[in-house]
Design a binder for this molecule. Structure first.
Ligand code: GCU
Length: 380
């Protein structure tokens, strides 16, 4: 705990995202778009458009999954753009005990769909290990709370390695020969963000889903993605960033743990080349990450950290949650106000912005979901 806050200042001076004469309308109609364009250029690249044709095929529906708690759908998403096609597979749960107006969590996963659940009747895809990350999803808990869940593997949208572009959704829009490790403008984070929007569109096909309560949730690299996708796609009602760290919710200035230099050298397919200019020069960035978080405003935003996750830097995630209040206040919401860095497991459920520090490692646990569901219930 001490290591997280030693010699660190809650009032770190930061560039302001606001125009001098800021108003809520000016923010939504102008300033917000300028900031989106800046992030596109410097940190994440452009999210491709919706493909010309999109088809959702429910390949199987199990009415009594998880001991009767849920309906489980296995869905193939077919994308077509001119002669190019691409597919992805999603897993969709709907709670059996609740009918209609369902809130839904949309989130990509790391280890494949069968990795998210212990259910033995779900076919295993190559390389998947059944239930290996079931603890990260807590599907029975979500079902009991009356939430729907849609997930899909991130690798179905952009395989997470330096040469992943060729097999990514960018191949719908560009010749594969162009999709080399050097074409840094086509980033994994933007491809995954594109995937989140397609899963949202899948959710919207069912009248039982409440379209005003579709939330983006992501852990770590997918937490960065959940922020970026909801910043771009106003159909997301709110966002949960879990341990998103560097180039996610953590401020870049005064950051400990991972810094831009590490990311652009080791994970170059996540960001455009332009970001390289800020390696070890974070203070020269035209923005800091509270500008990204502000793109979610006035929608609710929850930033979550874990106490042993110094690589992500919980204190700088907290600072971001506090600094973004400047923009929420334009909309009459106080964010987390001037709340201090909290003790572990003492969530700050503020006014449209939340922050908490969970005890433990870089992960998603049942405790995280307990706080997340509580925040969502309070927000909408
Ligand atoms: C690496 C990477 C982080 C990322 C994390 C994850 O640690 O450096 O930026 O958030 O992987 O996705 O788990």
């Amino acid at each position: 705990m001490n290591e997280l806050i030693q010699n660190r200042n809650e009032e770190l001076p930061l560039p302001s995202p606001l125009d001098p004469a800021a108003t809520a309308a000016g923010w939504l109609n102008k300033r917000r778009n300028e900031i989106l364009a800046l992030y596109e250029k410097v940190m994440y690249g452009r999210i491709p458009p919706r493909p010309a044709t999109l088809r959702f095929e429910i390949t199987r529906e199990v009415p009594d999954a998880l001991g009767g708690l849920a309906r489980r759908r296995e869905v193939t998403l077919h994308f077509q753009n001119g002669a190019n096609s691409h597919t992805a597979k999603a897993l969709w749960y709907l709670p059996n005990a609740s009918k209609g107006n369902l809130p839904v969590i949309v989130g990509l996963n790391f280890k494949g769909n069968a990795g998210c659940t212990d259910e033995s009747d779900l076919p295993l895809e190559e390389g998947e290990e059944r239930g290996i990350q079931a603890h990260r999803w807590q599907i029975p808990m979500l079902m009991k709370a009356g939430f729907s869940l849609i997930t899909a593997p991130r690798n179905h949208f952009f395989p997470d390695h330096i040469d992943g572009r060729k097999e990514s959704i960018f191949a719908l829009f560009h010749p594969r020969a162009e999709l080399t490790p050097e074409s840094r403008q086509y980033t994994a984070i933007s491809a995954w963000a594109w995937g989140y929007s397609r899963l949202l569109e899948l959710a919207m096909t069912d009248p039982e889903i409440d379209e005003r309560r579709i939330w983006a949730h992501g852990h770590s690299r997918l937490g960065k993605t959940a922020l970026w996708c909801a910043a771009n796609d106003p159909r997301f009602a709110g966002t949960v960033s879990n341990d998103s760290g560097c180039c996610g919710a953590a401020l870049c200035r005064d950051k400990i743990g991972e810094r831009i230099d590490f990311m652009v050298k080791n994970l170059s397919w996540w960001s455009p080349k332009r970001l390289d200019e800020y390696a070890n020069r974070e203070e020269a960035l035209p923005f800091d990450q509270h500008w990204l978080a502000a793109l979610i405003a006035p929608r609710p935003l929850l930033i979550a950290s874990a106490s042993e996750d110094t690589w992500a830097d919980p204190f700088n995630e907290y600072r971001c949650a506090r600094a973004v209040g400047e923009v929420y206040r334009l909309f009459g919401a106080d964010g987390i106000g001037s709340a201090h860095f909290p003790e572990p497991d003492q969530p700050i459920f503020g006014d449209r912005v939340g922050y908490y520090l969970r005890t433990g490692k870089h992960d998603v646990t049942a405790t995280d979901w307990k706080f997340v569901l509580e925040f969502i219930r309070r927000s909408c």
